[in-house]
Ligand binder design. Sequence first.
Ligand code: LLP
Length: 435
Amino acid sequence: HGTMKVNEQGHLEIGGCDTVDLAREFGTPLYVMDEVLMREICRQYKSAFVEKYGNAEVIYASKAFLTKAICCLMQEEGLGLDVVSGGEIYTALQANFPPERMYFHGNNKSASELTMALEAGVGRIVVDNFYEMEMLDRLAGEMGKKAEILLRITPGVEAHTHEYIKTGQIDSKFGFTLPNGQALEAVKAALKKENLVLHGLHCHIGSQIFEMDSYAYTARVMMDFIKEIQKTTGWTAGELNLGGGFGIYYADGDEPATITDYADAVFAALREKAEEHDLPVPKVIVEPGRSIAGPAGSTLYTVGSIKEIPGVRKYVAVDGGMTDNIRPALYQARYEAIIANKADQPPAEVVSITGKCCESGDMLAWDVPLQPAEPGDILAMFCTGAYGYTMSSNYNRLGRPAAVLVANGQADLILQRETYEDLVRNDVIPARFRK
Ligand code: LLP
């Protein structure tokens, strides 16, 4: 997919770059981001939501994959940015990303993070709970500023996805609960706060969602709520942020919708409810992360040891693992892979791809078809662009991989490989050990 093809040497090429050459030049594991595909998806979002329906904004959920270069790319594509921590805000500011296009999320923002956001002039702070509401009002007052906010609402919608990435259900740590009246209390409270300017509402039902009906249903629930708020307070929400979560193809069996289906489902629901309730259609904001970064990313690994247990399983070990992609271990996520230097050959056997960490759970793929693997081969795993690097760790003191952005035969380093030096940079030996 994207700009991938098999070249004359039978090697996998991404963005016009031979992946075997990339592995040689930059080392492995290596995250390879297909810039053309990433931009293409950004444009699909803009065309499906903004160009078609007008009053809409697309913001990239940076938790999926964030480096300074990615901020620059998002800015060029005209997307906003969803940030959830001081670290993400800092990264974006370092890349000169316009703060007014950032939305600041999180269920436990600290006073220093909120101060940082207010100082920087972050566009919207998405207030999650009463504790934060009080704190933000006080901090903004002390700074002589007004905080521009949305309220995060937990709509009580069960999305069909993995337990760990569901967020819309009542039993969730996020947001003000809608069905029990807490959300309405929050709106009333926010409207009374002197230093808060309430612009609208936010909700996010979860991630890796394939059913566009879930979005339509949520949009209807939120519109009913907007009407209820209007009746009780006279205030009409001007903005409705519907979160992210659009599901992507990872492996056989995944059937994602199209981005156009997504936008159409949302707007059909909003228009229907707007008419029913005699409300304006609010400005719609969507926050895709996975669907922008995921398909654009592949990870290159070098194959090392291979262990065959006759009649049981064949383990093909690579030089990374749960440290650069914890998703299979954490969510039983599935991936597809090929041997990049044998891309012109059909798969010859079913193997399990394992990492190099000291853990049996350190698996990247169970029972997947693969070309005959030998030590030294380059293995390419697909759709690893989202939540791979951002959830990476230094377990077993492995350094984090490098990342390159590839396009039109050019590969640019956007993330340096961590060195041994990097790994000990923050270690401190107390003086009493230095005798
Ligand atoms: N907006 C909010 C408020 C979110 O919490 C998230 C994701 C997004 C947008 C972006 O969702 P996306 O379009 O990427 O699905 N680590 C998990 C996914 C966690 C998602 C957390 N929130 C995984 O690897 O599957």
